[in-house]
Structure formats: structure tokens, C-alpha cells
Design a protein around this ligand. Sequence first.
Ligand code: MG
Length: 253
Amino acid sequence: MGTRLLFLAVAAAMPVAAVAQDDEAARRRALAAETEVWEPVPPVVEAPADGVPSDAIVLFDGSGLDEWEGEEGAPAAWRVDGDAMVVGMGTGGIRTKRDFCDMQLHIEWRTPEEIGGMDGQDRGNSGVFLQERYEIQVLDSYENETYPNGQAASVYKQHIPLVNASRPPGEWQSYDIIFTAPRFDADGDLETPAFVTVLHNGVLVQNHVEIHGTTEWIGAPSYTAHGCAPLSLQDHASEVAFRNIWVRDLSDG
Ligand code: MG
């Protein structure tokens, strides 16, 4: 008799415990839902392996220099060689016809395999100029001493790269650059400076560093107000090649 009573008591208590457990689970799910954010839903971007993201603007894929012009607006005088374009030494830099503000940039570059007795800043020098003003240095910095704030992947004369991720001359290298453009108020005064993050051959070399103004070879950098502006590539008397250049425009609107 005693055993039977105990059995009944246990049988009666079990559903109560189960209900309490369900209530607790529901309460926790409701709490979790309070911190779920369902909008906005990010747009879908196709990102193929070794390919270009579907929302990128292709600036050069080997098919021609249609996206580019000379520094003064003349036709771009660099030569296309296979899937690459090569600095036309003495012809000046080239720039995009499009203007950019905030952007993600992918660009691949190769300095000449033949060093030809060159060293320091004379070896494979070019440059990626964000908004035509802010230079991420391109240089053969493989076993090539120079001032570190002017070596490859430096923000020229402003920030030394965290590491030297350079490959030997003649090998293709890459920069992935995330750039936040400076903001100026209606009077042309600086509101917020530019910032840049750079990966060199996939290695972080500049981690959201502040750009102090237009790149200067001599003297301190400073800002002059400007709007969105082209991306430009430097002719620094070295036959540097570029390929696979694309941009994702990160500006609002
Ligand atoms: Mg340079």
C-alpha cells in the first residue's frame, strides 16, 4: 500500500516539473529574442574563391585601360601586357576616371625581377595613391634597406608597416586596403581624418591607422579639403606591373 501511494505521488509530480521546465525554456527564448536584430538584412554578395566579389567595380582585369586616364586627363599611357598593366616610365602616373571616397581596394603588383644594381627607394618604386593624395608605398622591400616609413606597405612618411611581408622581386604581391576618407565641414576644416587598414599578401601591416594629411616627400603632411577623388598609381621610374584591380565602394548612398 505504501509503495503504491509513493508511485502515485511521483506520477502526479512529474508533469508539474515538466511544465515548469517548459516555462523556463520559453522564458529564456523570449529573453534571447530581445537581443536579436532582424533588420537590415545584409545584401547578398557572391564571393567566389580567387574571384571578384559580385558588388565590386573592376578597374583592371587585363582587357584594357578604359577605367584609367593620365594624371592631367590625357589617355593613360601605360602598356597592357597580358593580364597586367605596366608603368610607362616617364609618362607620369595614371588615375581612375571614377572618384572614390570610402572603399575596399584589392590590387596586385610586381616589381621588376632584374634589380639592375638598384637599391633603396630606386628599386621597384611606385605607389597606390588613395584619393590621389594618400600614398601606400609600392617598393621592392625584399632584402632592400630603406627608411621603414618609406618601405613597401608604409603609409609613406607617416606609418611604418607592422611587419615586412614582401616577396622577392618578380613575384606578384597583393594589397587589400580598407580606406575611410577624411571628412571636411562646409568651411573646409577637417572634421575627421582619413583612416586606413592594409593587408600585404594577406598579412595585416596597417591596422586602422590615422592618415595625417596629403603625402609629402619633404615636410609634414597636412589636410586640404577635398571631395571624393580618383585612385592613382605612381610612375616613379620603375617598371612596376599591376593586375586584378577592383574596388568595393563603401560610401553611403
Ligand atoms: Mg612611391
